[in-house]
Design a protein around this ligand. Structure first.
Ligand SMILES: *[C@@H]1O[C@H](CO)[C@@H](O)[C@H](O)[C@H]1NC(C)=O
Ligand SMILES: *[C@@H]1O[C@H](CO)[C@@H](O)[C@H](O)[C@H]1NC(C)=O
Ligand SMILES: *[C@@H]1O[C@H](CO)[C@@H](O)[C@H](O)[C@H]1NC(C)=O
Ligand SMILES: *[C@@H]1O[C@H](CO)[C@@H](O)[C@H](O)[C@H]1NC(C)=O
Ligand SMILES: *[C@@H]1O[C@H](CO)[C@@H](O)[C@H](O)[C@H]1NC(C)=O
Length: 592
């Protein structure tokens, strides 16, 4: 639904003009978060075009979240009864007075003609000057001293006091961070002779798994054999789809995919992905793939497509900024743009993988909640979203609050209870946790009921008491599951590289989920939607529990920190890695 604002303005005034003139600070920061500093004098051109999104508070959010959990919980009478967007909108749409008042405010500023309403969003498509006038603030140019990237943000802004009860976020304003690809720094050239083609003795080969080769580097064959879906045949025509999300000028190369498939997945030779560009996103085929690319998009599409084959694959490239502005100046909010785009689709791919994340503390709480509510809507539509758990263990720098307060640093959106967070393992017999695998406890989201038993048991029986003070024991705990994440063969600009990170684990797990969804759809069942209630109940024994290895912590500040993998759920490998045969049996009751 997209309405022009002018058409919506009705005669009845709901607030006196005076009450809209009483501005009060809505959000503020004392300083820009590290590593952001003002660039020069920070001046920005007020005529630059700028898109401001105002989100009106939804109604019935707690009830809606419960409904999403119900439709995702096996044995619940509503299991599998996913909602249409119309049903969702009817359920949570903001009250009429919040539209009326917001529109009146824009009208009083002379900005109604530049504004549109899209469901619960009011979008001002104007200039920086317009946004400054509306929010009684001054936008400034900030620079990230680590990456050199610049962004336009404010440290404080105000809106009429009468609106505070109706609005939850206005963006872009005080959120500085942008999600980063979860590829850890280990990217190395693959030296062919010793590893991949090492002759392995017959004894080394279990169920088609080349133990020697897969112990040191990963191909689609390794994943299929290790997770036991080598012989499953999916379908291209039953309506099932998989999608890989990309942000930040990470471009997926068709040529590199072709070479990857010819080399590592010949049965899929010649297949390709569909690309969808959102919010000015691009997918340039320049083989350099983006200014600062480290291969994220190619890793995601190569494994997502190869493992889910023959499931049709889509690459979503969401731009971080509107196309009409000077590159590298006005960043937008990629998750908001991406998720609102998805929710407008009549049909969303049933499985989506996102290999990007951020420190939860770098994301304002209101923003994290709004984005997580959008993930809940995506789940309500019957979509399983897999997200990398992050590449810093329980946090690489725990000194994020006032001096003296040390805390582990969870990752977002992994910490949102409506996504499935995927940690990383390596080695094959047995698989063990890899040190960078991200995990921990949210400070923003309470623990959801589906993981209550598993997490309480971990806290009671396994958590080292010395470190309990450094994390929020009542928070949503993650990851939920894990998958291989070290040395994935990936073709980048025509050469074979080995990439590591939970960035690899998420598309690997998503490939398995896409085939399970395929199996459900072919058997007349609804897709999974939010996986977690199923994973923590019926499917928990269908995952291989990882009990070796340890996630790293902020060793410099808290010696000995980081979570070890233990029996049962743990905050480094979750419930474990997939066993397709068992998961399929738990899903459709079919033996393979
Ligand atoms: C896998 O690699 C590790 C580390 O190199 C080694 O210790 C282990 O023995 C290897 N396992 C197999 C089965 O090759
Ligand atoms: C893949 O397809 C191309 C042509 O589309 C062909 O030249 C090549 O031999 C094929 N490779 C494999 C491994 O099937
Ligand atoms: C944490 O950072 C503050 C400055 O931000 C510093 O004074 C303090 O020593 C640091 N603490 C630790 C344990 O690293
Ligand atoms: C811990 O988590 C709970 C539940 O989400 C939250 O209410 C509380 O504020 C968190 N505590 C801290 C110190 O962040
Ligand atoms: C807890 O951690 C401390 C510090 O690393 C260590 O000395 C102790 O052995 C650990 N306790 C258990 C039960 O693992």
């Amino acid at each position: 639904m997209k309405f022009s604002l002018v058409a919506l303005i009705v005669g009845t005034a709901v607030a006196s003009k005076a009450s809209l003139e009483d501005y009060q600070v809505f959000e503020s920061l004392s300083v820009a978060p590290t590593p952001w500093v003002l660039q020069g004098d920070g001046k920005v051109d007020a005529d630059q075009s700028f898109k401001l999104r105002v989100h009106l508070k939804n109604r019935n959010i707690a009830k809606f979240q419960q409904q999403v959990l119900d439709v995702s919980t096996p044995d619940h009478p509503s299991y599998g009864r996913h909602l249409s967007q119309l049903e969702i909108n009817n359920f949570i749409a903001p009250p009429k007075e919040s539209y009326d008042l917001t529109l009146e405010w824009l009208e009083s500023m002379g900005l109604a003609g530049k504004s549109t309403v899209e469901n619960d969003w009011v979008i001002l498509d104007g200039t920086i000057g317009d946004a400054e006038k509306l929010l009684q603030t001054e936008y400034q140019l900030f620079e990230n001293t680590e990456t050199g990237k610049t962004t336009v943000r404010v440290l404080e802004y105000s809106i009429p006091a009468a609106l505070h009860a109706y609005v939850d976020i206005i963006a872009p304003t005080i959120k500085f961070s942008t999600p980063s690809p979860q590829i850890s720094t280990i990217v190395k050239d693959f030296e062919a002779p010793d590893i991949k083609f090492a002759a392995s003795s017959v004894a080394d080969v279990h169920d088609g798994l080349d133990v020697v080769a897969c112990n040191s580097s990963i191909t689609p064959d390794c994943i299929k054999a290790l997770y036991k879906f080598k012989h499953f045949r999916g379908s291209r025509r039953n309506g099932n789809e998989i999608a890989l999300a990309g942000f930040l000028e990470e471009y997926a190369q068709h040529d590199d995919l072709a070479q990857f498939l010819a080399t590592y997945e010949p049965t899929a030779n010649g297949s390709d992905f569909k690309e969808v560009l959102i919010n000015g996103g691009l997918n340039l085929q320049d083989s350099v793939s983006g200014p600062q690319s480290i291969g994220e998009a190619n890793l995601d599409i190569q494994y997502g497509l190869a493992l889910a084959y023959p499931t049709p694959s889509t690459y979503y490239s969401t731009g971080g900024r509107p196309p009409e502005t000077t590159p590298n100046e006005v960043d937008n909010e990629p998750y908001l743009e991406f998720l609102t785009y998805l929710l407008k689709l009549d049909k969303i791919p049933q499985t989506i993988s996102i290999s990007y994340g951020d420190g939860e503390w770098t994301v304002p709480e209101s923003y994290a909640h709004t984005v997580c509510d959008l993930f809940a809507q995506v789940a309500a539509r019957g979509v399983s979203v897999l997200v990398s758990s992050g590449d810093s263990g329980s946090g690489s720098n725990c000194n994020v609050t006032d001096p003296g307060t040390l805390l582990y640093t969870p990752a977002f959106p992994a910490s949102c209870p409506f996504v499935t967070a995927v940690g990383a393992t390596y080695h094959v017999v047995p698989e063990i946790a890899v040190s960078f695998s991200g995990g921990g406890f949210s400070n923003y989201f309470p623990r959801p009921s589906y993981q209550d038993a598993a997490v309480s048991s971990y806290l009671a029986n396994h958590a080292n008491a010395t470190f309990k003070q450094y994390y929020n024991q009542s928070g949503r705990a993650y990851p939920d599951v894990s998958a291989q994440g070290v040395y994935f063969h990936t073709i980048l600009s025509g050469s074979d590289k080995l990439l590591s990170g939970t960035s690899a684990s998420s598309p690997a797990f998503a490939g398995v989920v896409a085939l399970l969804n395929c199996d459900r759809i072919s058997n007349g069942l609804p897709p999974f939607g939010l996986l977690n209630p199923w994973l923590y109940s019926k499917a928990s024994s269908a995952l291989t529990d990882i009990v070796g290895g340890k996630g790293s912590g902020c060793a410099a500040q808290i010696p000995g920190s980081g979570f070890p993998a233990v029996v049962g759920w743990d905050p480094v490998t979750g419930l474990g890695t997939p066993d397709f045969k068992k998961l399929r049996l738990a899903s459709t009751g079919i033996e393979s």
